[in-house]
Design a protein around this ligand. Structure first.
Ligand code: CP3
Length: 353
């Protein structure tokens, strides 16, 4: 396929270090339960089934773009979709998250873990439908889960508060851990390839739970694999975004994985985040970082917080610590966020209020 060339998309301008004509904004988890139209079309269809239905996944991806005037669509999918496509037994339990049929704990479990060895046609078809609907000012962001976050679901068998079995594997049986990483990386890359070949305009590597690790553990057990995933698409020419929650102490190390854009959660002011990123790997574009809880706090609070975040990003850019800013939340939209509060926040961020 020939990738779209979007010369007028604010998100791609910002990601490339150019000055966009408005502050680009999208929200992690902008598709989903905050929208009544999402709840309606998902009725009676399981989360993972919906990710393999091209028309439905395209419709859900487009819903927040139509409603909120965000500058990007994020592909409606899940970090466990490539595992499911490879034949791993996994379901997403509402209110909990991904749950595996069986946890992956031993070397034999790892050797038996299926590897995704084909492109995922349903997702590719969904992406083509989305690209047919987006304007040339709206980017489509694809994504994959990063090795630590994905491994945690596999090793724990489901969502985990402390990730202790995963950390125990790293430290008690490092060879087993590295074998798991080696087994996961090809699946992640194949799913990313599916999205790239189908025409996504940008991608995000979600290492949501990496913030649970010390920097030393992150560097030894995770970073080499994230580097490999991002390097795999070096020459493609689409911007790469890298994000995790609670990663204030890891921003430098994570920035060394090689993305153009670093997502920052709400705990760290963007100018301070930029100093850490600059010191480790040079100035990059920042993405973030409104606390998702602020969408419950009313217009005045959102206006104040948006102004603060924009000022911190501007300071980082003035100081030479960053090369641009894409507005986002510091993590995903909370499920019961009023849809109207999201639309209002986007307008405030765009400066239309
Ligand atoms: O709008 C978007 O951001 C795109 C959709 C998206 C989903 N999952 C849809 C989804 C994205 C980017 C993801 C990635 C994902 N999945 C991550 C990384 C992002 C992050 O939030 O840090 C993680 C950790 C997962 C695993 C996962 N899947 C969790 C923790 C949950 C929530 C469980 C729940 O019910 O609260 C899911 C399910 C999920 N993924 C939902 C959605 C819209 C909710 C399912 C539903 O609507 O029934």
């Amino acid at each position: 396929m020939t990738r779209r060339t979007l010369s007028d998309a604010p998100l791609l301008d910002a990601a490339a270090g150019r000055t966009p004509d408005r502050t680009p904004v999208w929200f992690m988890r902008q598709a989903g339960r905050s929208l009544p139209e999402y709840r309606k079309v998902r009725e009676g269809i399981s989360m993972l089934d919906s990710c393999f239905m091209p028309e439905l996944l395209a419709e859900i991806t487009m819903q927040p773009v139509r409603r909120h005037d965000v500058d990007a669509a994020i592909l409606f999918s899940d970090i466990v979709v490539p595992l499911k496509a490879a034949g791993v037994g996994v379901e997403i339990v509402p209110g909990r998250g991904p749950v595996m049929d069986r946890a992956i704990r031993t070397r034999a479990d790892i050797d038996a873990l299926p590897i995704l060895d084909h492109e995922v046609d349903e997702v590719a078809e969904g992406i083509r439908l989305i690209l047919g609907e987006l304007t040339d000012r709206q980017a489509l962001i694809g994504f994959v889960g990063a090795p630590f976050t994905l491994a945690s679901y596999l090793v724990e068998g489901g969502p985990s508060k402390n990730h202790q079995t995963t950390k125990a594997m790293m430290h008690a049986e490092p060879e087993t851990w590295h074998a798991l990483m080696e087994r996961l990386v090809p699946t992640i890359i194949t799913f990313l390839r599916t999205q790239i070949d189908a025409g996504i305009d940008a991608m995000q590597l979600f290492d949501s739970w990496a913030g649970f690790l010390t920097e030393a553990d992150y560097r030894e057990f995770v970073l080499p694999y994230s580097i490999r995933i991002l390097q795999e698409i070096n020459g493609v020419g689409i911007p790469r975004i890298h994000f995790g929650v609670g990663t204030g102490e890891l921003l430098g190390a994570m920035s060394e994985a090689g993305s153009e854009v670093m997502g920052v959660d709400w705990r760290v002011p963007l100018d301070r985040a930029a100093e850490r990123i600059h010191a480790a790997s040079g100035p990059k574009v920042l993405q973030g970082n409104l606390d998702p809880a602020m969408l419950f706090a009313g217009r005045d609070a959102v206006t104040r917080e948006v102004a603060r975040i924009k000022a911190e990003a501007a300071r980082a850019i003035d100081n030479g610590d960053a090369t641009g800013h894409i507005f986002n939340l510091g993590h995903g939209v909370l499920p019961d966020t009023p849809a109207e509060a999201i639309t209002e926040a986007v307008a405030i961020i765009h400066g239309e209020d």
